[in-house]
Design a protein around this ligand. Structure first.
Ligand SMILES: *Cc1c(COP(=O)(O)O)cnc(C)c1O
Ligand SMILES: [Zn+2]
Length: 449
């Protein structure tokens, strides 16, 4: 059993805090990691053995099944009573059904061999998105701190997940959302689970800024700037690796919004590599929407010709400042139909850069039209995903066309969430000009002969 602590990610700072402290940055304003003082002393086989869960919900859960790798409560992970006292779970539902699936029609569309392409539908989580992986761990930390109320800003899925977990745990929940800019189904979930919704005029970046300003100082923030949430999201990668017998794929592909997932995947791989559980590091591909392409522009040197890099912690912060000032001055707002990734100032940019450096990652950009087609072809394979997740097949296709992803590479993409706005699908299919549209037939009158 290893003990855990929090540590600043800046190699020149590295301030440390107790696991029971709640803060979003070190005292100098740098992001924090959850760290473990020693390598988990386990055999990887234990995780698949737990799939025979014998109605132990901590084995049934696709998050807590991997509790040895996210043991920040420092509990005896084999002791059911101790797990029950500490770990927050929706009766084992989070991450339980998500694993990589083969999708032959998507494979053909994106140009990857059908046996080498896998997509993992995180929409199979209880609230319908990958956010539940992290909410289980964030609320576990909140419970450790005896928190009574959680708070978040959200493009929709975070608020749905937070509200679901908070109501089940008997905690209060406040969610700040950009008014009119979140999918109707997500807003409905937050209300249904009894959260106090605060609608902010503006976009997600405004809602986040407002939340950080307004939220009472004792409220517990569950946005992805919370390092305990990112611990839970590491299990997305564990499930992939487990399915592949812990043989790393060549690529992991995520849509990029606030870059919580990117950051979490990076940290997960850094740990597994350092602890010797994997020999090969998969490359991360992060896919931005054209209308919300801050990472794409900065990473690829499209703004000012300088490529923004982690450089072992020596990030050119002035370049980021300059870009944000340029956005503000010219009133450039993120604009895409994929509201889940309609983010101009990704809160986890620094950790995202660290992840890209460690994995020799790439950042690509796709149009809304490409995302629509990506979403639609996933549907034709019998899987349901939202528009932001459509960025994944769209991005893989684009990277294949440039031969960045090679013909025989093994590629795993994350379908981040399930469709919560049926009008998006209906409108796509009503327009016969869309590549995969199956337009409904209409009869004006039924005549009986
Ligand atoms: C939150 C969300 C994203 C963005 O993920 P980040 O970790 O913020 O980059 C992408 N897709 C869906 C469906 C989401 O809910
Ligand atoms: Zn620091």
């Amino acid at each position: 059993m290893s003990s855990a602590y929090q540590e600043c990610i800046d190699p020149k700072c590295r301030l440390r805090y107790d696991i029971r402290d709640f803060r979003l940055t070190c005292s100098k304003g740098h992001p924090l990691d959850v760290k473990y003082s020693s390598r988990p002393n386990i055999e990887l086989g234990i995780f698949s053995m737990r799939r025979n869960h014998g109605s132990n919900i901590y084995n049934e859960s696709g998050v807590w099944r991997f509790r040895n790798f996210i043991n920040f409560c420092s509990i005896d992970t084999e002791n059911y009573e101790e797990c029950a006292r500490y770990l927050v779970s929706l009766d084992g539902a989070e991450g339980r059904l998500s694993k990589p699936f083969k999708m032959s029609k998507v494979a053909e569309y994106v140009g990857v061999h059908k046996d080498n392409l896998f997509l993992q539908p995180e929409g199979y989580n209880p609230s319908g998105s990958f956010k539940d992986n992290g909410m289980a761990t964030a609320l576990t930390h909140a419970k450790l701190l005896n928190v009574k109320k959680i708070v978040c800003a959200s493009t929709g899925n975070t608020s749905a997940s937070a509200a679901m977990y908070a109501s089940n745990e008997g905690m209060g929940c406040e969610v700040y959302v950009p008014r009119g800019e979140i999918a109707i189904g997500k807003l409905g979930q937050a209300l249904q689970f009894g959260a106090q919704v605060i609608e902010v005029d503006g976009n997600f970046d405004d809602a986040l800024a407002m939340m950080l300003r307004e939220a009472s100082s004792n409220a517990y923030v569950v946005n992805s700037v919370n390092p305990f949430r990112l611990e839970g999201q590491k299990t997305i990668v564990y499930r992939i690796l487990e399915y592949l017998d812990w043989e790393s794929p060549d690529w992991l592909v995520y849509p990029g919004g606030a870059l919580g997932n990117t950051s979490s995947a990076g940290k997960c791989l850094m740990e597994l590599y350092e602890w010797g559980f994997i020999k090969k590091i998969p490359r991360l591909a992060v896919i931005n929407a054209e209308g919300a392409d801050t990472l794409y522009k900065l990473y690829n040197g499209i703004f000012n010709g300088v490529r923004l890099r982690w450089k072992d912690g020596s990030v050119d912060l002035s370049l980021i400042d300059e870009y944000y000032r340029y956005m503000d001055k010219n009133n450039i707002k993120p604009r895409t139909d994929a509201t889940a990734i309609q983010i101009g100032k990704p809160a986890n940019l620094l950790k995202g850069l660290r992840a890209l450096e460690f994995t020799d990652g790439v950042v690509e950009v796709v149009s809304d039209k490409e995302m629509y087609d990506g979403m639609a072809i996933v549907g034709l394979n019998g899987f349901d995903c939202e528009l932001a997740s459509g960025a994944v097949p769209a991005g893989i296709k684009k990277l294949r066309e440039q031969e960045i992803i090679k013909k025989d590479d093994v590629v795993v993409g994350i379908l981040t969430g399930r469709q919560k706005d049926p009008n998006i699908v209906i409108n796509y299919h009503l327009n016969p000009a869309n590549r995969f549209a199956v337009t409904p037939k209409r009869y004006s009158k039924v005549t009986v002969k």
